[in-house]
Ligand binder design. Structure first.
Ligand code: HEC
Ligand code: HEC
Length: 269
């Protein structure tokens, strides 16, 4: 008798947890994304790298699968729609359901990452204050000595007018803390030494067999004939300093919030 009771009780428990399990899943799919913190976005980006990048490209800009950065989607509009596409895949296409390690939380974190690279910045809860970040950018940060936003500033670094379209908060953090990681060729420099010992260093704007065009730190453009050089050295690190330890954690958050808010109107939903 006792045994049966115990067994029944266990069965009831199993049944209850099954119902709760699917109930929770449905609730998750209907509701808003409960995992939208900066940590969730970071986790989502890592998960994306593991599960999705082989088809959608490392930065989601597309490969065998479509770009997931265009701000417009055919298969999913709402957060719940993304949740469904990621959990179930798109039948009869090359888009598989996520398999290993799938929990509601991991799926939501991937949704948060996709939102962060597509959506209005207000829909991501970033810890920083974009207005304070704007002041820091223009003031103490002195970022405009190299960068341009909406036509103001300089061209010694990428134009940041719409940087929020192409970089996630996590990527922006890495841009500020580890500028030397993966420097695009466009931003490599060259240091040349003339026969008479004079040296010159600048961004390589142009190069052909016989000459360079270099842009120095004062934005002077130099034409350099390779024949006149004793030495030339390619520099693959960034001219941007690392702000690791230079900016407080909250300054960094403010700057990221500001940079992330820099978007084109068309990318808004
Ligand atoms: C094996 C390759 C492959 C993998 C892995 C993959 N996808 Fe896809 N994905 C595709 C293809 C192909 C499509 C286009 C399907 C179609 O025809 O609509 C697609 C479509 C999508 C769409 C719909 C795009 C739209 O315009 O609505 C989303 C969102 C998406 N994938 C997200 C993801 C995420 C997130 C992951 C990782 C969890 C992932 N995919 C993993 C190949 C893949
Ligand atoms: C001495 C010039 C210089 C200064 C000062 C500088 N940057 Fe940069 N920055 C660059 C260069 C060059 C790159 C491109 C190479 C790289 O990725 O590091 C870059 C890249 C970036 C990127 C990545 C942009 C993209 O399109 O991928 C961001 C974001 C950025 N900088 C923000 C800032 C902010 C914010 C400040 C001020 C706190 C700052 N930078 C100060 C030169 C500079």
């Amino acid at each position: 008798m006792l045994w049966f009771q115990g067994r029944n009780a266990r069965l009831v428990l199993v049944a209850a947890s099954l119902v709760m399990g699917s109930g929770a899943g449905l609730a998750a799919q209907d509701g808003e994304n409960p995992h939208t913190s900066l940590e969730d976005v970071d986790a989502g980006q890592r998960l994306f790298g593991m599960h999705c990048s082989r088809c959608h490209g490392f930065d989601a800009s597309g490969d065998e699968g479509p770009s997931l950065r265009r701000g417009r989607f055919r298969r999913a509009q709402s957060d719940a729609g993304f949740f469904r596409v990621i959990s179930e895949g798109v039948p009869d296409t090359g888009m598989p359901p996520i398999s290993r390690g799938r929990t509601d939380q991991t799926v939501w974190q991937i949704v948060a990452y996709l939102r962060s690279i597509n959506q209005r910045p207000e829909s991501i809860s970033l810890p920083g204050d974009a207005q304070a970040g704007r002041r820091l950018y223009a003031g103490a940060g002195a970022c405009a000595t190299c960068h341009m936003i909406a036509g103001a500033g300089r061209l010694l670094g990428p134009d940041l007018t719409t940087v929020g379209d192409r970089r996630s908060p996590a990527e922006l953090r890495a841009d500020l803390l580890e500028p030397d990681r993966d420097v695009p060729l466009r931003w490599w420099s060259v240091r040349v030494t003339y026969e008479n010992g004079r040296t010159l260093e600048g961004l390589r704007m142009n190069e052909d067999t016989y000459s360079y065009r270099l842009l120095d730190a004062d934005e002077n453009l130099w034409s350099v004939s390779k024949r006149e050089l004793r030495e030339r050295e390619r520099i693959e690190t960034s001219t941007m300093p690392s702000y690791e330890g230079e900016l407080s954690a909250s300054d960094l958050d403010d700057l990221i919030a500001y940079l992330f808010s820099l978007r084109t109107e068309e990318s808004l939903p």
